[in-house]
Design a protein around this ligand. Structure first.
Ligand code: NCD
Ligand code: ZN
Length: 344
């Protein structure tokens, strides 16, 4: 097979940032994706419906003319999020979810949730009004090893939430472990997981063996190789519980290549080619369309996206950098060769 045609994909987890960064990132995402669920971890975070709608307008202002792109918004859950705010968000077209960052878990998560008990009323309101809960599933305690934080979160926090709120739709974002895969597979209906391209392509040796590679540093951190195998199996299995969420997370080069570098891999311009590489290696190219478009659309209960994208087997070299305002943005696989390319 030398040509792959997909329904225009849905990136169910992406960081677009704000301000001048939108000028670079939004055109990259809108080129390949017809719809995206935009993460709210700005500084300050997007905690209100009004804030989400204003952010949406700033995003739409950067969509190239003639391109159809639908940003879907999520509120950033804090200890102070009220049931009224949840109700308002649920009644607002274009706001579809609430993102739970455990406080201190990742980039711009300081305002996140300090304990699940503190958001009990908000979770009840979400269940009642039909807003989805998107979870960055990692505990943040110092006594828990960074590689164990996802598995511990599932046992300690997420399993009880899923059980207690039987009608709440829950997405375990960026699943990175075999335990995460098992959790999603064996959960009740209404639980799904997103999987990034980088967690399908890399394991922790790629990040750490011999030399440290800051552009592979993301959170949750890359795990040992067998976890990657479990992710590939889940993504290519045809299960509607697993779908594409790139977690593309741009940071300026200087914030990655430094003392105390930021977590996040930038994959928006290359994500479809990267996923195609993984699905082809697994002999599952025929399942890429559902993973990239169909399953998330169904899980979110959305209308199908119009249009298609075509990838062609053609080698090309990923640019070394993109401009990010006055700074540089280094994409994943910078200067390396990819085997799939957008046909137009
Ligand atoms: C994300 C970011 O930079 O906003 N970073 C990351 O490593 N994935 C935050 C997140 O999704 O954890
Ligand atoms: Zn993310």
């Amino acid at each position: 097979m030398d040509v792959i045609t997909l329904r225009r994909p849905f990136d169910a987890h992406v960081h677009l940032r704000d301000g001048v960064a939108l000028e670079t990132v939004v055109p990259h995402v809108a080129r390949d994706f017809g719809r995206a669920l935009v993460m709210p971890n700005l500084t300050p975070p997007v905690t209100t419906t009004d804030g989400a709608l204003a952010y949406r307008d700033r995003i739409l202002a950067q969509v190239p003319s003639g391109v159809d792109f639908e940003p879907l918004m999520a509120l950033y859950l804090t200890d102070a999020t009220t049931p009224e705010e949840i109700e308002r968000a649920a009644a607002t077209p274009g706001v579809v979810a609430v993102k739970l960052y455990p406080a201190g878990a990742t980039t711009n998560s300081d305002a996140g949730v300090t304990s699940i008990e503190r958001v009990a009323d908000a979770l009840v309101a979400m269940e009642e009004h039909g807003l989805l809960l998107l979870v960055h599933g990692e505990v943040t305690r110092d006594d828990v090893d960074v590689f164990d934080r996802e598995a511990r979160y599932l046992d300690e926090v997420l399993a009880p939430v899923v059980e207690k709120h039987a009608r709440l739709k829950v997405v375990l974002e960026h699943v990175t472990t075999a335990q995460g895969v098992d959790f999603v597979k064996s959960a009740r209906d209404g639980v799904a997981g997103t999987i990034t391209a980088h967690h399908l392509l890399y394991h922790r040796n790629h990040l750490l063996a011999g030399r440290i590679r800051p552009h592979l540093y993301c959170l949750p951190i890359l795990k040992a190789a067998p976890h990657r195998e479990a992710l590939i199996e889940a993504a290519t299995s045809g299960s509607p519980r697993f779908f594409l969420g790139t977690d593309s997370a741009p940071h300026p080069r200087g914030a990655k290549e430094c003392h105390e570098g930021c977590a996040g891999c930038y994959t928006s311009p290359t994500a479809l080619a990267l996923y195609a590489e993984v699905f082809e290696a697994a002999g599952a190219l025929g399942r890429l369309d559902d993973f990239a478009s169909g399953f998330a659309t169904a899980f979110y209960g959305l209308d199908p996206i119009d249009g298609e994208v075509t990838l062609r087997r053609e080698e090309w070299t990923v640019p070394a950098t993109y401009a990010l305002g006055a700074e540089e943005l280094v994409p994943l696989r910078a200067n390396e060769t990819l085997t799939w390319r957008r046909a137009d």
